[in-house]
Write a new protein. Structure first.
Lengths: 113, 113
């Protein structure tokens, strides 16, 4: 079974721009979660989608948004980028019947200049 | 808000030594996971513990869930350079299985050859 894939792996943007990141979960997994990872704050939960609906949400501003498609692929969008948005963005999928185990993609490294 | 506190934050030891890292909370969890993350990659699931007092072994790694299911420890015997990485603990942020998953900030482990 193929793992979680994320594209692109690296991205450089400037302040004020917007960015869209993509995540394809493991086949059969309907839940996709997004996390922001920075050295100072660790892994912070952005949101989770399940069957095209946002099921959980973290404490990020409205500039961060996401969606999920019928094939469970997910995208997240960040508008009006700020320097502080530079981070590793991780996507994780989990099977429905599990003890909350998640399977992570390699991440997208976003640098905002 | 449920929090997972990991200690120590950083640990650098010689190859062959033993070590223990901790994950503590004031909340009770239905399950808890440990992950290892290497630079530039997403976290990889190591183990899930579910029952209070449970002990699981993965080669030289021993994981224990506290009797009250509020804390966990990871013990590594005869550490090797390949054990180097960021060790994260994670647990559901609420009482429902579909609740978001929260992470500790991690213990960054460096094994010196």
């Amino acid at each position: 079974k193929a793992g979680v894939t994320q594209t692109p792996r690296y991205l450089i943007k400037t302040r004020g721009q917007q960015v869209t990141l993509s995540c394809s979960p493991i086949s059969g997994h309907r839940s996709v979660s997004w996390y922001q990872q920075t050295p100072g704050q660790g892994l912070q939960f952005l949101f989770e989608y399940f069957s095209e609906t946002q099921r959980n949400k973290g404490n990020f501003p409205g500039r961060f948004s996401g969606r999920q498609f019928s094939n469970s692929r997910s995208e997240m969008n960040v508008s009006t980028l700020e320097l502080g948005d530079s981070a590793l963005y991780l996507c994780a999928s989990r099977p429905q019947s599990s003890y909350n185990e998640q399977f992570f993609g390699p991440g997208t490294r976003l640098t905002v200049l | 808000t449920q929090l997972l506190e990991q200690s120590p934050q950083f640990l650098s030891i010689q190859e062959g030594e033993n070590l223990t890292v901790y994950c503590n909370s004031s909340s009770v969890f239905s399950s808890l996971q440990w992950y290892r993350q290497e630079p530039g990659e997403g976290p990889v699931l190591l183990v899930t513990v579910v029952t209070g007092g449970e002990v699981k072994k993965l080669k030289r790694l021993t994981f224990q869930f506290g009797d009250a299911r509020k804390d966990s420890s990871l013990h590594i015997t005869a550490a090797q350079p390949g054990d180097t990485g960021l060790y994260l603990c994670a647990a559901p942020g609420g009482v429902n299985r579909d609740d978001k998953i929260i992470f500790g900030k991690g213990t960054r482990l460096h094994i010196l050859p």
